[in-house]
Design a protein around this ligand. Structure first.
Ligand code: UDP
Length: 234
C-alpha cells in the first residue's frame, strides 16, 4: 500500500445520490463498502464529511438567516451526515469514533488531536464532524487542517468527477484530465480544486491532494495502492 494514513474528504452533496436532498441509502452503502476495503488492508483512515446535502451557510442570508448562524447550521448538518456514516460503518463491523469541532457531548467526542491520533493507531476510523467548529470555513478547510494535525500522508478529495480538468468537463467536452499537477500550476491556471484556504494549507505544509471520483466503486482502494486514479496535486 502506498499510504499508511489517509484523510478522506466526502462532500455532503455526493451523499444525496440522485436525490435533491438528504442521504441516499445506496450511495451510503457503496461508500461503506469502499471504505471497508481500505480498512481491511490496515490503512488508517480519517474522514471529513460535508453538509451541503442538508444546509450550507451561504444559503442562510437568502432565507433571512444571519450568516454566522447559518454556518453553525451547516456544521450541525455535517454532524448529521457523520452520524449516518458512523452508523453505517459500524453496521459493517468497522470500529469508528466520531469527533466534533463543536461540543455535542451526547453524540460525539470533542476533537483532541492526541486522542484522534491514538484512535487511528488503534485501527479506529475517525470521523470529524462539525468542521473546524468556526463559521466562515468549509469542510475542505477542515480536511486540510485535520490531515495536517493527525499527520496524514495525503488528502483524498472524493467528488463526482474523476480528477482536475483543464476546464469544467461538464461544460467543455474538449477538457482533459491532469494526471498530476503542482500546487503552483493549479494556482496560476486558476483551477478549482478546493477553496483557497484549504488549498493553501496543503501547499504550505507539503500535503498532497488527490481529487478522484468517489462514486466509482473500488477507486478508493486503487488510490491507496498507488494506482493512477484521479489527479495528484503535489
Ligand atoms: N461550515 C463552517 N465551518 C466549518 C465547516 C463547515 O461554517 O469549519 C459550514 C458552512 O456553512 C458550510 C457548511 O458547514 O457551508 C457545510 O459544509 P460544506 O459546504 O463544506 O459541505 P460540502 O460542500 O462538502 O457538502
Amino acid at each position: 500500500m502506498k499510504y499508511k494514513r489517509i484523510l478522506l474528504k466526502l462532500s455532503g452533496e455526493a451523499l444525496m445520490g440522485d436525490n435533491q436532498y438528504g442521504i441516499d441509502a445506496s450511495r451510503l452503502e457503496q461508500y461503506v463498502q469502499d471504505i471497508k476495503k481500505v480498512y481491511d488492508e490496515g490503512i488508517e483512515l480519517a474522514i471529513v464529511i460535508g453538509g451541503g446535502n442538508i444546509f450550507r451557510g451561504v444559503q442562510a442570508e437568502s432565507s433571512g438567516i444571519d450568516r454566522v448562524q447559518g454556518d453553525y447550521m451547516g456544521m450541525l448538518a455535517t454532524v448529521i451526515n457523520a452520524m449516518a456514516l458512523q452508523s453505517a460503518l459500524e453496521g459493517a463491523g468497522l470500529y469508528t469514533r466520531l469527533m466534533s469541532g463543536i461540543k455535542i457531548e451526547e453524540v460525539c467526542e470533542p476533537f483532541i488531536k492526541r486522542r484522534a491520533v491514538r484512535h487511528l493507531e488503534k485501527g479506529r476510523i475517525v470521523i470529524f464532524g462539525a468542521g473546524i467548529g468556526n463559521p466562515y470555513f468549509t469542510t475542505d478547510s477542515t480536511a486540510s487542517l485535520r490531515a495536517i494535525e493527525v499527520e496524514a500522508d495525503v488528502v483524498l478529495k472524493g467528488t463526482r468527477v474523476d480528477g482536475v480538468y483543464t476546464a469544467d468537463p461538464e461544460k467543455d467536452p474538449t477538457a482533459t484530465r491532469y494526471q498530476d499537477i503542482s500546487f503552483q500550476e493549479v494556482y496560476e491556471k486558476g483551477l478549482n480544486v478546493m477553496d483557497m484556504t484549504a488549498f493553501t494549507l496543503c501547499q504550505e505544509n507539503n500535503l498532497p491532494i488527490i481529487v478522484f471520483d468517489m462514486n466509482k466503486k473500488g477507486n478508493l482502494l486503487e488510490i491507496a495502492k498507488g494506482a493512477d486514479v484521479g489527479t495528484l496535486i503535489s
